[in-house]
Design a protein around this ligand. Structure first.
Ligand code: CU
Length: 116
């Protein structure tokens, strides 16, 4: 995914299952050298990322329970920093919820005829 003031792309992810090994490769697309972005998942028991402009970092996450988990920027980046969030829905292990993602909606649409 990418981060730039003031959103992540994508910011809605669905189809992750309990026990999956999930790797978030987050690239900071800022052109200004002094605008790092952070990345963390609420409830994750590992560290957050601090990503400098132009840099990509990876966070590994193994969800342990079903639910909707916010992800968010952890470094104050602009007046809209608080809005730099998204959501990941975690389904039960073994379920076949398709992996889908979207940006700028409050839900993901499982329409495979459209580009993701
Ligand atoms: Cu931020």
């Amino acid at each position: 995914m990418t981060s730039i003031r003031s959103h992540f792309n994508p910011d809605n992810i669905e189809g992750v299952r309990v026990g999956d090994e999930v790797y978030f490769h987050v690239t900071n697309l800022e052109q200004d050298w002094d605008v790092p972005h952070g990345f963390a998942i609420k409830g994750a028991n590992n560290a957050e990322l601090l990503i400098m402009p132009g840099e990509t970092q990876t966070l590994k996450w193994i969800p342990e329970k079903v639910g909707v988990f916010p992800m968010y920027c952890t470094d104050f980046c602009s007046a809209l920093h608080q809005e730099m969030t998204g959501y990941i829905r975690v389904s039960p292990a073994g379920s076949n919820v398709p992996l889908i993602f979207s940006t700028g909606k409050n839900y993901a649409v499982a329409d495979t005829s459209k580009k993701k």
